[in-house]
Design a protein around this ligand. Structure first.
Ligand SMILES: [Zn+2]
Ligand SMILES: [Zn+2]
Length: 210
């Protein structure tokens, strides 16, 4: 057994490893080593779990700039949060309880923010009697902050609790399950509030405050 060929997966001792084949838009390779059990095949390449998530997030379509940089976790974070809230948001957007009438981006898209920075985002939209768009976004400049926009208005921005845990910033007595549940609960509440703020109020039910 040669130590320099040991699988990078924590606790895995196999040494029949190969390199992750991810190469980013600037030609930089991942170069981490994994055994066959801990490599995943994505679009014909054998890649590590992290880069499989990244490829799943951005899809097979490569933009002009090529694949996201090796160290960029922003697209995966957008896609992760998007998939976790997708069904709930479909239900919030559906006018007749028909979640199928809601159109969703299948992958994360690259766009630019007002100041020319890079923004990764994935949206759900409905175009009917009411037209709404809900977007999950992460700015490359603040790669751990998840933003939610309802009809282009920011309604939420927070660092997910699992990132705080990974970076050692979570309080030692924190409860991972409760923290994650609260994070998603707040997102759903803000989206619901954002949608009702934007929706035309039925006549006669208008209230002075909101
Ligand atoms: Zn392994
Ligand atoms: Zn990799």
């Amino acid at each position: 057994m040669t130590m320099d060929r040991i699988c990078s997966h924590e606790g895995c001792a196999r040494d029949d490893t190969a390199f992750c084949q991810y190469i980013d838009g600037r030609g930089k390779e991942c170069r981490t080593q994994w055994c066959p059990k801990h490599l995943q095949s994505m679009h014909g390449a054998d890649v590590c779990r992290r880069h499989a998530g990244l490829l799943r997030a951005v899809g097979a379509q490569v933009s002009e700039t090529g694949l996201p940089l090796v160290d960029n976790r922003a697209p995966s974070l957008v896609n992760w949060v998007f998939r976790d809230i997708e069904f709930a948001v479909r239900a919030l957007l559906a006018t007749d309880g028909n979640v199928d009438e809601v159109a969703a981006d299948t992958t994360v898209h690259l766009s630019t923010n007002g100041s020319g920075g890079v923004l990764w985002q994935q949206s759900l939209a409905i175009h009917g009697t009411a037209s709404h768009r809900v977007t999950v976004a992460v700015d490359d400049a603040t790669p751990t902050l998840v933003s939610i926009h309802v009809d282009n208005v920011g309604v939420f921005q927070e660092e997910p609790p699992w990132i705080a845990r990974r970076l050692g910033r979570a309080p030692s007595d924190s409860d991972p399950y409760a923290d994650d549940t609260r994070f998603y609960g707040t997102i759903r509440m803000r989206i619901a509030d954002g949608l009702s703020a934007g929706a035309p109020k039925p006549a006669g039910k208008r209230t002075a405050s909101r």
